[in-house]
Write a protein of this length. Structure first.
Length: 76
C-alpha cells in the first residue's frame, strides 16, 4: 500500500499547530471535568472508588484554565 503525503499539513505549520492546540485543549478539559465530576461509586463485588472532594478552589480551576501562551487566562 503506497504512503500518501499531505503537503498542506506538513508545510503549513499554522494549520497543524491550530489542530494540535484544539486537541490539547479538548483533552485538558476532559481530564479536568472527569477529575471534578467523579463521584464515589461502588462497583462489582463491592469495589469502591472514592470521588475526589472538590472545594471552591477546585471549582475555580475547573472554570478557569491557565494556558502556557504568554500567561493568557481563558474563562469557560
Amino acid at each position: 500500500m503506497p504512503v500518501t503525503h499531505v503537503a498542506a499539513l506538513a508545510n503549513e505549520g499554522v494549520v497543524l499547530d491550530g489542530l494540535f492546540l484544539a486537541v490539547v485543549e479538548a483533552v485538558e478539559e476532559a481530564v479536568l471535568n472527569s477529575l471534578c465530576a467523579a463521584e464515589t461509586t461502588t462497583g462489582r463485588d463491592g469495589h469502591v472508588r472514592v470521588g475526589i472532594p472538590v472545594d471552591e478552589e477546585g471549582q475555580m480551576l475547573r472554570r478557569t484554565v491557565v494556558r502556557g501562551e504568554a500567561g493568557r487566562i481563558v474563562d469557560g
